[in-house]
Write a protein that binds this ligand. Sequence first.
Ligand SMILES: NCc1[nH]cc(CCC(=O)O)c1CC(=O)O
Length: 309
Amino acid sequence: MRSITVGTRGSSLALAQTRWVVARLKEEWPETEFRIQSIVTQGDRNRGSLERMAAQGDKGFWVKEIEEALLQNRIDIAVHSLKDLPTEQPEGLEIASIPRRVDARDALVGKEGMKKLAELPQGARVGTSSVRRKSFLNAFRPDLQVVQLRGNVDTRLAALSGGEYDAIILAAAGLIRTELRNRIDELIDPAILLPAPGQGALALETRSDDDLGIEVAYAIHDRDTDDRTTAEREFLAGLGAGCLAPVGALATIKNGLLSLEGWVGALDGSTIIQAHTQGDPAECADLGAELAQDLLKRGARELVDAARL
Ligand SMILES: NCc1[nH]cc(CCC(=O)O)c1CC(=O)O
């Protein structure tokens, strides 16, 4: 029996999404044995210094050790949250497959009586770790107190029960994949808060010369999700930004037409630049790159750079 080792981070979300991937792969390749191996990354070790890493422009802190394990043949397929994966692939590695996206949206989880963003009382304390969500909250509801909230999904929910926050915002996909869908009080309309590029999608990464690993991973590839997230990630790359920038993007495909929304904001919400484009899904990469150029002409670089300082 041939055996494939699938590597991922050790968080409950990483393991849940990897078990999902392996179950799907097993359906396609019943004769193959799959093992799961968890790997500790720099992001897991140094939670407190995430901001410093972002300031230094370090983009790979959730994936570096996992990519080393791939390159050293310790694992054959790596499972990442696509939004954590830098837009440039290291030499010798490639994204072999992007499975079907779950839900790209952000979710609000609130205390009793704090179940909708628009209905939160003045001054409510909202926890989030992301500069994108912070920028948006400051723009949409400047009266709210945006409070730092770090850690994995379980830690964040525990902080909410601990009473430190009135509500928290996190990716819906993370809750759905860890079977906490029932905790979601509101799926925030992307017309209000655009998700992070690639949010809610996974990436299966392999060695570029591993034909077997690529073939195995590709069996669960989803073309629509690939086109959509390619447009979003080219937009992010075109802005010269990474996953810790105040950048939102969401592509949808309807009747054979890809629509892409892009957004960049100042951390304090004082400035927001947004734009929209649409076209043939086959042109997804160009659509993303062009939208980035559009926003750069309107001052987006300054906003991306300001968030780094
Ligand atoms: N940056 C952490 C991270 N990376 C992926 C997810 C959620 C799952 C996804 O977006 O696919 C999360 C947590 C969050 O943003 O709430």
